[in-house]
Write a protein that binds this ligand. Structure first.
Ligand code: FES
Length: 151
């Protein structure tokens, strides 16, 4: 019985964008209130507000590694505003699905991206739609409809 599809397995076995950008423009870390696992994402942003590079370090399970690999692939080349719209649901869709009990792992990636962009925005005096009210230290809310499938 295959619990994980080929895309998830491929990103888990050969994750993309692993590591930390030394002179990052933004750096975000998020710890899951569900399992205690951690994810860090660092980003480089050019003068046009385009994310030119992203790297991750994940102290978490295979689904978190696959989610962060996919999420960093997705946001490289995106504008900051488009990256803010990358939800955990979109990450799971790109991965071709995750088992319901593992959907919370993809939330780490969404939140770590937002945290990295928040750090970038604060350091550069910028404001973005989608960041209003965002608190990088807040516990995850329940706005993730896919998470409901965990129950
Ligand atoms: Fe913690 Fe997957 S179980 S991130």
């Amino acid at each position: 019985m295959a619990l994980y599809n080929d895309t998830v397995m491929e990103h888990f076995m050969n994750p993309h964008n692993v590591g930390e950008i030394e002179d990052a423009d933004g750096k975000g870390t998020y710890g899951s209130p569900v399992c205690g696992d951690m994810m860090q994402i660092t980003i480089k942003v050019d003068e046009n507000d385009t994310i030119t590079d992203a790297k991750f370090k994940t102290f978490g399970c295979g689904s978190a590694i696959a989610s962060s690999s996919m999420a960093t692939d997705m946001i490289i080349g995106m504008s900051v505003e488009d990256a803010l719209a990358v939800s955990n649901k979109k990450i799971v869709e790109e991965l071709g699905g995750l088992p319901a009990v593992k959907v919370h792992c993809s939330v780490l990636a969404e939140h770590a991206i937002k945290s990295a962009i928040y750090d970038y925005a604060v350091k550069h005096g910028k404001t973005y739609q989608g960041l209003e009210g965002f608190d990088p230290d807040a516990e995850e809310d329940d706005h993730h409809d896919l998470e409901d499938a965990e129950e």
